[in-house]
Ligand binder design. Structure first.
Ligand SMILES: C[S@@+](CC[C@H](N)C(=O)[O-])C[C@H]1O[C@@H](n2cnc3c(N)ncnc32)[C@H](O)[C@@H]1O
Length: 280
């Protein structure tokens, strides 16, 4: 069942939170000379065009990146992400390109690093291959990303960032994603893992939290930004991330980012939470 296309959603409020965290994590990884693996289990197309028919159909980026990119009073923690998006568009008057997670990783991977990108969708894999053609240190595979992660850890240098960003078309994805991290952690406990989730049904998020707390995984931060209050009706009201072994300043940076997002993108019911779900 591969009906999900990220092009409809690229640059929305969920991408803003996920991609600003990814940017901060990758920037932190490049502070050391030693190379690292970037592993993206669900990569999408790599780069998106907000002017295309998909993005225009939903207009989601207009309530996300398009609002932020105009701001003059950005908190320091959001600058690396916004600067990256601005740099991609520096020749343009408008927002013509928006980076997916591989597009962000590409800006940070050096000669000593490598990116391992998994994608299943027949159209998006072709976009991703084309996008990665001249990216020497990238390895693109049309295969299952959950298996892909487990096959690549631990990386040779024992330094790595794993992003798990499933479409959640299937309910199984919620626990499968956590299980993948729990199993990868057994082989590579010092890696940084970022798991994205939508808030659609509160009990599904609680099941993920409980699977983490029952596991051996340590040092998990959970951040959530909800545009609307929880509801039993259909649709995504919020977005969240579990981050295992985050860089030491990440929580502090999120404390700057979250109120800013609420002020600039929020609605009446908007709320956020940030907690150390599992201690170090
Ligand atoms: C939410 S999107 C990814 C967005 C991307 N990570 C980003 O931040 O720009 C999820 C992607 O996972 C792909 N996908 C679904 N199941 C997969 C699987 N088992 N392995 C790899 N990719 C999968 C979908 O085709 C879709 O493109």
């Amino acid at each position: 069942m591969l009906s999900y296309r990220h092009a409809f959603h690229a640059g929305n409020f969920a991408d803003v939170l996920k991609h600003s965290v990814l940017t901060l994590v990758l920037e932190y990884m490049t502070r050391k000379e030693k190379g690292f693996y970037y592993i993206d289990s669900h990569s999408g197309a790599g780069m998106y065009q907000p002017a295309d028919e998909y993005a225009q159909k939903t207009g989601e980026y207009k309530d996300g990146i398009a609002k932020l990119i105009e701001q003059q009073d950005l908190p320091e923690a959001l600058e690396p992400y916004i600067d990256l998006v601005k740099d991609l568009n520096r020749e343009e008057d408008e927002l013509s390109l928006y980076p997916g997670s591989p597009g962000i990783a590409r800006q940070f991977t050096r000669r000593q690093d490598s990116a391992h990108l998994f994608e299943l969708h027949p159209t998006d894999i072709e976009h991703l291959k084309e996008y990665s053609q001249r990216w020497n240190k990238s390895h693109v595979k049309q295969s299952d990303g959950y298996q892909g992660v487990l096959g690549l850890v631990p990386p040779p240098n024992r330094r790595g960032v794993v992003l798990i960003d499933p479409p959640y078309e299937l309910k199984e994805d919620y626990l499968k994603a956590v299980r993948t991290i729990v199993n990868a952690y057994k082989k590579f406990a010092t890696g940084t893992y970022i798991l994205w989730y939508p808030v659609v049904k509160r009990e599904l998020v609680e099941q993920m939290q409980s699977a983490f707390t029952k596991s051996d995984v340590r040092n998990v931060v959970q951040v959530e930004y909800c545009q609307k209050a929880d509801t039993t009706e259909y649709g995504m009201t919020g977005t969240g991330l579990f981050i295992v072994n985050p860089p030491w300043q990440l929580s502090q940076q999120l404390e700057e980012i979250l109120p800013y997002l609420k002020a600039k993108l929020g609605e009446n019911e908007t709320s956020y939470t940030l907690k150390q779900l599992i201690a170090e």
